[in-house]
Design a protein around this ligand. Sequence first.
Ligand SMILES: C[S@@+](CC[C@H](N)C(=O)[O-])C[C@H]1O[C@@H](n2cnc3c(N)ncnc32)[C@H](O)[C@@H]1O
Length: 311
Amino acid sequence: MPLALQAAIEEIAANIEIPSIRTAHSELSEAYRRGEGSHFRNKDQTIAYLLARMPATYAAVFKALLDLRERLPEWTCKTLLDLGAGPGTASWAASEIFPLQTVHLFEKSFSILSLGRKLAAYSETPALKSASWSEQDLTRPFELPKADLAILSYVLAETDCTDLIQKLILQGTTLLIVEPGTPKGFSTILALRKKIVEWGAYIAAPCPHQGECPMSSWCHFPARVERTKIHKILKEGSMGYEDEKFSYLAVTPFAPPPLEGRLVEKPLKLSGHVKLTLCTKEGTCEQRTISRKQKELYRQARDAEWSSPWM
Ligand SMILES: C[S@@+](CC[C@H](N)C(=O)[O-])C[C@H]1O[C@@H](n2cnc3c(N)ncnc32)[C@H](O)[C@@H]1O
């Protein structure tokens, strides 16, 4: 996360009582497990979200945005919509990747929105510092500003946004959806993917094709999250990092440049050869073994990671 965001979180959390934030974190986690989503009931719960979940959702959105930028080198985002913005996580990630000029955030919970606005005041990106924040339920009608990119990050598990997504697609907005990398998160994305293609948009990432998904398991990717001291305390873990697993879909109103394939599993790097699982532009899921003898390809395979594009 950018230093300005880390400093802002540290300052906001400077006087917290660890036991009460830990309780708030457990309450949030239990609510997620019960499928209730994030109904922030008190200030401690919003702070627990900043400390324990925001670093992970930030890492996932940041990684998905990097993939999108790599797929669309000629495209950029100046105007951003952050929908179900929470504390503005996706806007912070986008501000590190695109030259944002205007940012509109929509969020139904006033408590997390207020905290997000406080955080944004610390940003070094003028567009984020002066962003517009609206208290808005996404399932109710509202005026949708024109934008280059709209992001729905970890929102669809909590609310159905099908109508809103259709509106964005018909309006020609590029869209990024990020969900937890679980069978449930992926099935939400898969169901929308079919509709989105029918509505005339193109898939830019992660899929290298527009056809049916050939995966026999759920398509998901890892994003590395460095753990802070307080993160370790709240999550009762001792490792210095964790991998947030996420599923995502990025769609555009125009056809993206062709792509041979994408690694949809961690590559197995063995001595003299690398085993890859690729989703291909033909719409298949294939295992390939690249040996040292295939010089250039072997070099590419050695450097590749789970989620890398395959050229
Ligand atoms: C898990 S949080 C994700 C927040 C942020 N996008 C992120 O990636 O960190 C889900 C957010 O969606 C918001 N949300 C859920 N249903 C909503 C709705 N119908 N309208 C607007 N926001 C909603 C919640 O209040 C919460 O802030």
